[in-house]
Design a protein around this ligand. Structure first.
Ligand code: SF4
Ligand code: SF4
Length: 332
């Protein structure tokens, strides 16, 4: 039995804490933001309150589902994909049906690299950068395992099966850092050369289609999240900056080096060599799929000075709340 998960599946205090915190946070946002932010309020009078209640129950449901090791990876991926579809459905409805599905109506391209490229072009630390950094501070790398509006598609494209491909590993960091560098360099060059907006939009669309093509052709073929792990500049920033959050994932003494966790990882973060060294590669997003797959309960989360089982509960509560906040609030 994987005690790190099962023991806490029906913990009522967790559910009460989760429900109450979600209600309070959504209420706070609803009352403090100076425009009608909740879709429920836009659809019918006081609909926001009903939305807050439903979303808070949803958070508890998510927590309980994620606390089951048998279905953890399945629910994580399905929930992530659901959020991605919901995000883009609102985007399309906002364009074609009604602007009530848009957040502010200020349209921008929904590609993650635009978070850094847009900031570089505008030479300002905008709302998205702040939201992104706060998410890293609160959850480490959950942006790239549960919350990103784009990455769920790469997870979907990579499927559920594992395929061994070692050739791609050596070029990984060179590619990742180059793409990150280019995603900052291009907007600066556009600014300096006063490039016309049509050319800029063409480059953005080409980059976006390159991302989609990587998911469709390479991630699908490799059965790994090649887009997120090798290409996306935001994924690279997450991989490097996730350490500002105190959560860590580690092997414990139960590890028998059996390697059964390797197929669970789509981020190329566990290899036979990393198991020998009892380490995870830097691309680890602490998604927890390997932890759920380990038959020896040998992988655990840990916040500084807190027991692994409590750390796991804290992580799941944090992720469940953030997921529901993103689901309720994140749109273009
Ligand atoms: S790597 Fe990029 S696309 Fe993938 S989950 Fe992270 S931010 Fe999103
Ligand atoms: S090593 Fe484990 S926690 Fe890290 S990305 Fe891979 S499956 Fe997720």
């Amino acid at each position: 039995m994987k005690t790190g998960f099962c023991k806490y599946t029906t913990k009522q205090p967790d559910s009460v804490l989760l429900f109450t915190t979600t209600v309070l946070l959504l209420l706070f946002v609803r009352l403090r933001v100076n425009f009608t932010i909740l879709l429920g309020d836009r659809l019918f009078p006081y609909g926001g309150y009903i939305q807050i209640l439903l979303m808070s129950f949803f958070a508890v449901w998510i927590y309980n589902k994620l606390n089951n090791p048998t279905y953890y990876a399945l629910y994580r991926k399905r929930l992530w994909l659901l959020f991605c579809f919901w995000f883009f459905l609102q985007f399309l409805l906002g364009i074609w049906v009604s602007d009530i599905f848009l957040l502010t109506g200020k349209l921008h391209f929904p590609f993650p690299f635009m978070i850094v490229s847009g900031a570089a072009y505008r030479t300002e630390i905008g709302f998205m950068i702040i939201l992104f950094l706060v998410t890293i501070l609160l959850s480490g790398s959950a942006w790239c395992s549960h919350l990103c509006y784009f990455g769920g598609f790469d997870s979907w494209a990579s499927g559920n099966k594992y395929k061994k491909r070692q050739w791609i590993i050596p070029i990984q960091w060179g590619v990742k850092l180059s793409v990150l560098f280019l995603s900052v360099l291009f907007p600066i060059l556009f600014l300096i050369t006063e490039t016309d907006i049509r050319s800029i939009i063409t480059v953005i669309i080409m980059a976006g289609f390159t991302e989609i093509a990587i998911m469709l052709f390479i991630s699908r073929q490799q059965k790994r999240m090649v887009h997120c792990t090798w290409f996306c500049p935001i994924g690279t920033i997450v991989a490097i900056t996730k350490f500002i959050n105190p959560l860590r994932i580690r092997f414990n003494n139960n590890c028998t080096h059996c390697g059964k966790c390797i197929p669970a990882c789509k981020y190329n973060a566990i290899t036979p060599e990393s198991i020998r060294q009892q380490k995870f590669h830097l691309t680890c997003t602490r998604c927890g799929d390997c932890k759920a797959s380990c038959p020896h309960n040998a992988i655990e989360y840990q916040y500084n000075g807190i027991s692994p089982s409590l750390s796991h509960r804290i992580f799941l509560i944090t992720v469940s709340i953030l997921y529901v906040l993103f689901f309720s609030l994140a749109r273009i």
